[in-house]
Design a protein around this ligand. Structure first.
Ligand SMILES: Cc1cc2nc3c(=O)[nH]c(=O)nc-3n(C[C@H](O)[C@H](O)[C@H](O)COP(=O)(O)OP(=O)(O)OC[C@H]3O[C@@H](n4cnc5c(N)ncnc54)[C@H](O)[C@@H]3O)c2cc1C
Length: 383
């Protein structure tokens, strides 16, 4: 057990930090305010190896360990949750699923472009009536000769409006429950597919693209299937497990950014003739923030390390995701208070961290469902 970050791990972390500061930070505020998804950044992420992440080098990936990927995502998350979220969807959910389920021809034709940022991918699971209970999804795939015909609606799909390829989950027979859920690869320009932005304005992640996808008689060839009939549920859940690591890392990043902003502010701002950092209540807030950050960073790296060693880490990933997201919301909440009225304004970054952190509590399994997963793994099985 060695807690020092060194060698290649350190190099990757420093590269990601530099990238986040040089390429993302200058635009983060404006992109949030203008709700602007900037496609040119995707290629830059790809060039830096940040989309290749833990995917294998032979397929265009960066061949990093899960620990290295998590370290990189912490740095992106400290600057812009929209782009950290993009990496999680593109690499962990879509790339991971293609790697797990794709045929050799699908992997060879798509994974290098995914890793290079030449093609954008979306992971379309959630439906208006099937959120946490994904197994109840209603999007239907019906056989028609050699083809499949897809009908249904997905919503809140990250990259949904801009994706070149959509990994879609549909059921071949609702009576089969989880065993009917099957993954398909749908081109973004498929006839019968319409895409529009989600209703209303998102609280955070405003530089992301979130869409409603409507499939009406979308015809795809049998070769568009990923894996086999009925293999979609398990593979989708495995993808979400990797995604949870990315979200936990992003939540650690938000805490890093909150701590940095608060230390700077508490050292500079003076009231009652002293810097506010000299007041014990401010010190308490800084200490709680630091303990939350350090503990959830360790939980996240432990979950990543277990995956690197080839272990199942269902509980550890949920613990990391749950704890890190809660700590990020708390840190951002305290960061706003610590900045006084300035924290309540977009002139300072902490209000964006708060708005983004709330999203992390919801996607890749809500804070509630993480607790349900953790408790289930702790309790003995009932007979
Ligand atoms: C920014 C953002 C990006 C997203 N990107 C994607 C994406 O790329 N692809 C995709 O498929 N989806 C995406 N989603 C959707 C997200 O995965 C769902 O919102 C999430 O799974 C919750 O589903 P829901 O919103 O339908 O809430 P519901 O499932 O309706 O839940 C409502 C409330 O009930 C609680 N609840 C539900 N069931 C239980 C239970 N068994 N025990 C305890 N509490 C429960 C939930 O925790 C929540 O508090 C995204 C969402 C957001 C906010």
């Amino acid at each position: 057990m060695d807690f020092t970050i060194q060698g290649e791990d350190l190099r990757i972390r420093e590269m990601a930090r530099e990238f986040a500061l040089q390429v993302l930070a200058p635009y983060a505020r404006a992109a949030d305010e203008n709700r602007h998804f900037d496609r040119t950044k995707v290629v830059e992420l790809g060039r830096a190896g940040l989309l290749g992440g833990f995917l294998p080098r032979a397929l265009g990936g960066s061949g990093w360990s899960m620990t290295q990927w998590a370290l990189a995502l912490m740095e992106l998350g400290a600057v812009d949750s929209s782009w950290r979220g993009f990496c999680t969807v593109q690499t962990a959910l879509c790339g991971g699923l293609l790697w797990k389920l794709g045929r050799a021809d699908q992997q060879q034709s798509l994974l290098p472009a995914l890793c290079a940022g030449e093609r954008i991918f979306a992971f379309a699971l959630t439906e208006p009536e099937a959120g946490t209970d994904v197994a109840s999804l209603q999007t239907r795939a019906r056989r028609d000769g050699d083809d499949w015909i897809i009908d249904g609606t997905k919503h809140w799909i990250t990259n949904g409006g801009v994706a070149d390829h959509i990994i879609l989950f549909a059921t071949v027979d609702p009576a089969l429950g989880k065993k009917g859920i099957t993954a398909f690869l749908i081109p973004g320009d498929a006839p019968g597919l319409t895409r529009r932005p989600v209703e209303g304005m998102e609280l955070g992640h405003r530089a992301s693209n979130h869409a409603i996808l409507r499939f009406e008689g979308v015809r795809v060839a049998a070769t568009a299937m990923l894996g086999e009939v009925g293999s979609g549920f398990e593979a989708g859940m495995a993808g979400l497990e990797n995604g949870r690591l990315g979200v936990a890392a992003g939540a650690v990043g938000i805490q890093m950014a909150c701590e940095q902003a608060c230390l700077q502010f508490a050292s500079a701002r003076k009231q009652f003739g002293k810097r506010i950092g000299d007041f014990q209540l401010i010190q308490e807030a800084l200490t709680d923030m630091h303990v939350g950050l350090e503990s959830t960073r360790l939980l996240t790296l432990r979950a990543a390390s277990l995956r690197d060693q080839g272990h199942e880490a269902l509980r550890e990933l949920s613990v990391a995701k749950y704890a890190a997201c809660e700590a990020a919301v708390k840190a951002a909440d305290q960061a706003i208070l610590l900045h006084g009225a300035r924290g309540y304004s977009s002139a300072f970054p902490v209000e964006r961290f708060y708005r983004d952190a709330k999203g992390l509590q919801i996607y890749e399994g809500t804070a509630h469902i993480q607790r349900v997963i953790i408790a289930k793994t702790l309790l003995p099985r009932t007979q």
